[in-house]
Design a protein. Sequence first.
Length: 201
Amino acid sequence: MWLFVGLGNPGSEYERNRHNIGFMAVDEVASQYNFGTWKKKYQGEFCEGTIAGEKVIILKPMTYMNESGRSVQALSSFYKIPTSNIVAFHDELDVMPSKVKTKIGGGAGGHNGIRSMDAHLPDINYKRVRLGIGHPGDKDRVHGYVLGNFSKEDEKWLPDLLKVVAKEAPLLLKDMDARFISNIALALQPPKPKKEKIDNV
């Protein structure tokens, strides 16, 4: 069994925040793979389904970002899901907008949701899908930036990114992370301009 965790903040006022791209990603996964009804328990909302023959639980902690680990720990402990079978989807300042990177373990990089998961899980060797939102350029602007809504310019790439992340999710379960990243990059490449046909004179 696997656990996909989307990190974000509950409530309609945070719904379109950059910080909530983790929620958006797992919502798209649940939709594409026809997961069951969302239930409220373990300090979060969760649903169950199957991806590529593997049973997967999707969890959105409702504890606010800073306490996400409490919800993840409660559910993973009850279902006896090993840390190595947990995948966290979260916003990443150090990755360009519309780009995706993955990693296992390592530091929290200032992300409070990841920091909380690190504090509450038995080890930090879970997979992270780092969804790029870019950096505002000044550390004093970070708080307002992550808790700000995606811009109209962002909304041009965001739906396509979420769809392709969900489509390629089976690769995460097979530890084919490099292909996961490359398939996303290929899918989001802008179409090449058509060469104009020049008639022979």
